[in-house]
Design a protein around this ligand. Structure first.
Ligand code: HSE
Length: 437
């Protein structure tokens, strides 16, 4: 008998889950038109029944046990929106093994268990869609996977964490780090543990997903060099802009060249007239360079209830359309090969070359410049420009330098030596400068 209704089971009624319910309430006609048939959310699962009662909807089954969704033979699509590792991973894997298609926004399980999840989807012949795991409402996964399928992806530069981008935007306006973080938390952008945002871990999760899709492989999280934004001050924004015409962004970078791959997340200086420099507040953007198409930029809201809900419901629509057309699970929804980027294909961070913005905090006394530049020179590091203001109080001053292109290994040895000197009063800040972006 031909199918005449698709049933969705939704696990997790937090901010995003309740957004998904709202999208179904608001746009059901349009959704069914695009699906080409009837679709409804049949069951909702959450630990807290209050969340369900607040939604105030009829004809929907609520339960606090996700097995009620897994064991319901009428449920075609399971939407996992609880976040964290367990039981989210179990829910996704069990659903697929039971022949149910899955939509998930869970970047943590995707980044850590990419192999297991993709293999389970292929073995079980089901669809898995994950648009909301990166870039909130931005259709970047579909864009990379399908829209740019004809390309070798050469580079990805992503602003993929709304919280840190919000903080960096406020700091560029002169606010301090702590105050800006509090604002981002108040607006609901930050992860439950905001160190995931601040330390770049959330961005690394998202880069693992983007790079795995871009390079048809599995990029292991542990191979992604990750640095956060906590050591930057609002003064660095001023120096970067006024002295060098640059802005500071937390970038997730993936590059492929001659069989070698760079995958790294760190604060980065980019020219202030670059498109990515204009991406402010909670907005995300992913700038992709394909060998055929050239540069393409995906831009939109990277966090927040309705942005994520938009991507999730679109994923549900794709799967439902596939089910009605009889092709769900027949063509892998994510192209995936069981080959890993071996560690030898990944360029170690010490072997990259970059220009560096350096902020030394040193005693304001004769001979300090000479000492620092002597050590830099010893390691073949050439200084492109130097900037220092007069001290206002105390006896330490910031000295800002821009180097010419240098091997990271050399910079690290030189800074370790400089940071050990008695004239150095704080650990030197290093920010990589992205060339050719
Ligand atoms: N904490 C994340 C961010 C939420 O700020 O981007 C979206 O993944």
């Amino acid at each position: 008998m031909a199918k005449n209704l698709i049933n969705v089971g939704l696990v997790g009624l937090g901010t995003v889950g309740s957004g998904v319910v709202k999208v179904f309430q608001t746009n059901l006609d349009r959704i069914e038109e695009r699906v080409g048939g009837k679709i409804k959310i049949k069951r909702l699962v959450d630990k807290f029944e209050d969340r369900f009662k607040e939604l105030n909807i009829e004809n929907l089954k609520f339960s606090s046990d996700y097995n009620d969704i897994l064991n319901d033979p009428e449920i075609d699509i399971v939407v996992e929106l609880i976040g964290g590792i367990e039981p989210a991973r179990t829910i996704c894997l069990s659903a697929m093994k039971k022949g149910k298609h899955v939509v998930t926004a869970n970047k943590a399980i995707l980044a850590r268990y990419w192999d297991e999840i993709m293999q389970t989807a292929q073995n079980s012949k089901v669809d898995i869609y994950l648009e909301a795991s990166v870039g909130g409402g931005i259709p970047v996964i579909q864009g990379l996977h399908d829209g740019l399928a004809s390309n070798n992806i050469q580079a990805i530069y992503g602003i993929v964490n709304g919280t840190t981008n919000y903080i960096l935007t406020r700091m560029a306006e002169g606010k301090d780090f702590k105050e800006s973080l509090k604002e981002a938390q108040k607006k609901g952008y930050a992860e439950a543990d905001s160190s995931f945002d601040i330390d770049g871990i959330d961005s690394a999760h998202k880069l693992a997903i983007l790079a795995s899709i871009a390079f048809n492989t599995t990029v292991d999280l542990k191979d992604i060099y990750t640095e956060g934004i906590a050591n930057i001050t609002h003064h660095d924004f001023k120096y970067a802009k006024e002295e060098f015409g640059q802005v500071i962004k937390l970038l997730a970078i993936a590059k492929a060249e001659n069989g070698k791959f760079e995958v790294r997340v760190h604060p980065t200086l980019i020219p202030s007239d670059h498109l990515l420099a204009a991406v402010d507040d909670v907005y995300n953007a992913i700038y992709v360079v394909g060998d055929i198409v050239g540069p393409v930029m995906f831009y939109g809201q990277g966090a927040g209830q309705m942005a994520a809900a938009s991507a999730i419901v679109s994923d549900i629509v794709y799967i439902a359309r596939n089910i009605y057309s009889g092709v769900a699970g027949k063509v892998p929804s994510v192209y995936y090969e069981t080959k890993h980027l071996s560690a030898k294909n990944i360029v170690n961070i010490e072997d990259i070359k970059s220009r560096y913005y350096l902020r030394f905090t040193v005693l304001d006394q004769p001979g300090v410049f000479a000492t620092i530049s002597g050590i830099l020179g010893k390691y073949n590091i050439s200084i492109a420009s130097v900037y220092q203001t007069e001290r206002k109080s105390g006896n330490k001053v910031p000295v800002i330098m821009m180097t010419y292109e240098t091997l990271e290994k050399d910079i690290r040895i030189a800074l370790a030596e400089i940071d050990n000197l008695s004239i150095t009063k704080e650990k030197t800040l290093l920010i990589r400068v992205e060339k050719g972006i």
